[in-house]
Every structure is written in structure tokens, then in C-alpha cells.
Design a protein around this ligand. Structure first.
Ligand code: SF4
Length: 488
């Protein structure tokens, strides 16, 4: 697309930026002239070329544009249309995504401002403590818990601290981390470097999946630019780990960075903030958390609800024409994200939180961690819409089989529990629905597993039983209400 625009041989500045999060609009081309921007979705190379030629002639083309937005000339963040998918939610941490050049220090500073380079630890801690910010994403060592607690522990632990950006989110249902790394990597790396400086840490490690080629390329370029601009002595390295669901668990991420081939979760306590990478006090945050940390440390009011301030990124996927990642205030509800996608058929349910999310019929659920937890849904930023043709018993069975096959084997509740889960679900097809045993097994796995993998693994099953119990009874009677079921 960029080549086509450049082939126009016009004196128009062109740049490749990241995604806006709206896959259905891509390839998306924006054309800007004198404080006005036109958006062209599903753009062809020929259209990109003609748009460039029109700009070169001093005209902003608007024919075929899905939106035209007036804004301040030189706007540093994406101008947002009044309606359509791009108008859904907020664009705080996503402000630069789809607009700024990902590795450009100038673009980043224009959009997000620069973080103080001499932030005292006490000042950083008090800003984080006052904000009440919680970690985001299952790969964060302070997932849904106050970030300030983790920083305080790391700052008090003995040893040379280190900061880990855990970006190995292998569940494609939650695309928020990749979106930030590909579109606004500096908004993640700058707060990581600020954390390292405040803690007196000698290095920052960005841990990415081996499959995240574009994110890796952009993180490397952004890291080089940031080190040069902020501190040529700083160490900011990129380490790659396997593209496996379990590899994103915070302590398994540390094992992978240390070079261990067999990934197993570590027993806690002590957590990573006390005893992390090579035994050093380690802050493990996801890109989603660090982007929020950056705003708080820069003095931006995070907004949202006091119990979980800020915004959260949700990828709406499943039975939709194309997925979209949107930013919701924690004061919003999940339903607020729905206009960002085109559903395929009518919706029967949603699985919220990723592969081990919770099943619900209603999305009128607060987009905050406490709101999601009290609805027994997951907080990993994924809303998977499930259409009428899906068999919910089969869906629960697939998730249980994934748990049985992918767990690391370190602890019994998860290793053996996930096998029993599959067996009990298979029994349903043989005429026996032991709902009490399934629920009790789910409770045991949740309360006694060593890491989040096992704690969450039974959730799709137990929440599906809660919402679709009649479908389980129907299967035990030899009938699949959706008519699509195959034997487990
Ligand atoms: S809960 Fe599962 S993935 Fe986590 S340590 Fe136990 S066996 Fe491994």
C-alpha cells in the first residue's frame, strides 16, 4: 500500500503506521490535509495512489471515504470520527495507534508527552498508589492487583532489580498487547525504562513470542531510538519465547528468558517481585499495564472507576465478520464494545476472558476487573461472541481438552484435574451428567492450582453449566440442541 502511494511520485509525506485495532477496516489509509483527515477502508493500491495524487494537487479526496474528520492541524493522536467503528470506546492508550509512526520519538512525545527521566522512586510509588492502578492481562505479575504493591515489594527486595515487559500473549483472542507493540511501542518501552530508572534496575527485557514478527521488529527499532534519546547506557533487550499459551504465564516467561526449554510455573511465594529473573527482584508487566502506568506517571487522570481506574483493551472476536480491539473505560460495560464489530448471525452467548474465559448470555457487565470477576468472567481483554450454531457443551469440551493438552504438568490439581474434566464431559455424551462433580472439580482446580492456567482452566466448563445446564441434560439424553455436536 505504501509503495503504491509512493509510486505516485508526489511530494506528499507517507508513512506506515500500526493498526487502529479495527481489522475489518484494513487496509486502512488515512489522508490528511490542513486539519482534515479522510479515512479509506479496505483500500486498494490503486485508490491509495489516487488519494496521494489528489493530495499532491492540493485536494483532500473524500469520495469513498468512510469518514472525514476535522481536527487541529498537526494532531498528535488519531482524529476520531463521530460514528462508525472508530468512534467506539475511547482512545487513550490507543491514541497513537494507526496514526503515529511506531518508532518515532517525536511522534510519541507529541502524542503522549515525555515521561520524567529523573522520577524518584518515592514519587513514582505515590503516583501509582494514589491512582489505584491495577495490572492488566494474564501475563502480568500484578494482574488485576495494585501495581504499586508489586513496585513496593521489588524496591524493598535484596538484589539488582530488573524490569520485564511480558508481551508473550499467545491467545489471539486478546490482541491488545500486540496492537500496542505494533502501533505504539514507545508508549510501552518508555514507562518500562522509567520503572527501571526509578527502581535502580540495570536492565529491561522485552519478552515476545517467536511468531510476533512485526511486533519484534518495531520493538527493536523503538528500543534503539529510545535508548539513544534517553540514555545511551541503558540496556533494553528483546528475548523471544515459544508461541504457547502457557509461555505467557509470568513465572514461565521468566523461565523462558533464562533459557530453560521445559517451561514450568514457579511456586509462589516468593513472587517475581522478590525472586524473579535469575533470582533478581523483577517487575513483570504486560504492555497493556505499562501503557497505563505511563499515563499515570505522566500525570494523566486515568479516569474509570475508583476500584479499577483507567481503561481496558477488549478484543471482540468469535462469530464476527472481523475482530476489533477497542478501549473501554472501566466505567463502561462490555456491550459498549459491540458496535465495533459486525456479528455473523444472532448471538447465543459470549466467552469473556480468552480461552479460559467465562461464558455469559449478557454483556451488560462492567468492563472493570471487579465487575468481570463478580460476573465470573475473565479479565484478559477478550470478548468472543458465540453464535446460535455453536454447541456450548462442545465448546466447554474443547477448552477442557486444551487445558489437558497444554498444561505444564507441574501440579496435580491442573494436570490430573484437566484429565478428569475431559473424562466427566465425555461421560455426558455417554448419558451421565455429573454436574456436582464437575462443579467440585472446577472449585478444586480454581483454589489449589499453582498458577493462573489451572485456576482458570475449568471456568469455561463451570460457567457453561451455569448458563446452559439444559444443553448438558439434552446431551446426556442423546441429543445436541444445536445439532452440530460431535463426540468428545
Ligand atoms: S496450574 Fe497447570 S500450568 Fe500451572 S503449574 Fe500447575 S500444571 Fe502447570
Amino acid at each position: 500500500m505504501l509503495e503504491a502511494a509512493r509510486d505516485a511520485d508526489a511530494s506528499v509525506a507517507t508513512a506506515a503506521v500500526g493498526s487502529t485495532g479495527h481489522v475489518g477496516l484494513e487496509p486502512l489509509v488515512t489522508a490528511t490535509l490542513d486539519g482534515e483527515t479522510a479515512f479509506f477502508s479496505e483500500c486498494s493500491p490503486g485508490r491509495a495512489r489516487s488519494v496521494t495524487e489528489a493530495l499532491d494537487g492540493g485536494t483532500l479526496p473524500s469520495e469513498d471515504a468512510v469518514a472525514v474528520v476535522e481536527h487541529e492541524p498537526g494532531a498528535a493522536t488519531l482524529p476520531v470520527p463521530d460514528e462508525g467503528p472508530l468512534a467506539v470506546g475511547e482512545r487513550g492508550v490507543l491514541g497513537s495507534c494507526g496514526w503515529a509512526v511506531p518508532g518515532s520519538i517525536e511522534d510519541y512525545r507529541a502524542g503522549a508527552g515525555s515521561l520524567p527521566t529523573d522520577l524518584e522512586l518515592a514519587d513514582a510509588l505515590s503516583r501509582l498508589r494514589e491512582s489505584g492502578l491495577r495490572g492488566r492481562g494474564r501475563g502480568d505479575a500484578s494482574a488485576d492487583a495494585p501495581v504499586a504493591d508489586e513496585w513496593t515489594t521489588a524496591s524493598e527486595a535484596a538484589g539488582d532489580p530488573v524490569v520485564v515487559v511480558n508481551a508473550n500473549e499467545a491467545d489471539d483472542r486478546a490482541a491488545g498487547d500486540d496492537l500496542l507493540l505494533e502501533g505504539a511501542p514507545l508508549s510501552v518501552l518508555d514507562p518500562a525504562l522509567t520503572a527501571a530508572e526509578a527502581l535502580g534496575a540495570s536492565d529491561v527485557v522485552a519478552y515476545l513470542s517467536e511468531d510476533a514478527d512485526l511486533a519484534r521488529e518495531r520493538v527493536r527499532a523503538a528500543a534503539d531510538a529510545l535508548v539513544e534519546a534517553r540514555d545511551p547506557e541503558a540496556s533494553l533487550r528483546v528475548v523471544v519465547g515459544p508461541d504457547e499459551y502457557k509461555a505467557g504465564e509470568p513465572t514461565m516467561a521468566l523461565e523462558a528468558i533464562e533459557g530453560n526449554h521445559r517451561l514450568e510455573a514457579r511456586r509462589r511465594p516468593p513472587g517475581p517481585s522478590e525472586y524473579g529473573l535469575n533470582g533478581r527482584p523483577t517487575l513483570v508487566h504486560t504492555p497493556r499495564t505499562l501503557a497505563q502506568v505511563g499515563r499515570v506517571l505522566a500525570g494523566v487522570d486515568p479516569g474509570g472507576v475508583p476500584a479499577d481506574p483507567g481503561t481496558r483493551l477488549f478484543t471482540v472476536a468469535g462469530d464476527v465478520a472481523a475482530p476489533a480491539t477497542v478501549e473501554l473505560s472501566t466505567g463502561a460495560t462490555l456491550s459498549d464494545a459491540l458496535p465495533a464489530v459486525e456479528p455473523e448471525g444472532s448471538r447465543k452467548a459470549a466467552c469473556v476472558g480468552g480461552v479460559f474465559g467465562g461464558v455469559t448470555r449478557s454483556l451488560d457487565v462492567p468492563a472493570s476487573a471487579p465487575g468481570l470477576e463478580s460476573a465470573r468472567l475473565g479479565t484478559n481483554g477478550a470478548v468472543e461472541l458465540v453464535g446460535e450454531s455453536t454447541c456450548m457443551v462442545a465448546l466447554a469440551g474443547e477448552r477442557a481438552k486444551f487445558a489437558r493438552e497444554e498444561n505444564c504438568g507441574r501440579c496435580g490439581p491442573c494436570r490430573e484435574g484437566s484429565k478428569q474434566l475431559v473424562d466427566l464431559l465425555r461421560d455426558v455424551y455417554d448419558g451421565e451428567f455429573a454436574d456436582g462433580m464437575l462443579r467440585e472439580l472446577g472449585r478444586t482446580m480454581r483454589e489449589t492450582s499453582l498458577c493462573g492456567f489451572g485456576s482458570d482452566a475449568a471456568r469455561p466448563v463451570t460457567t457453561t453449566i451455569d448458563v446452559f445446564e439444559t444443553e448438558f441434560h439434552a446431551h446426556a439424553d442423546g441429543r445436541c440442541p444445536s445439532g452440530t455436536c460431535t463426540k468428545l
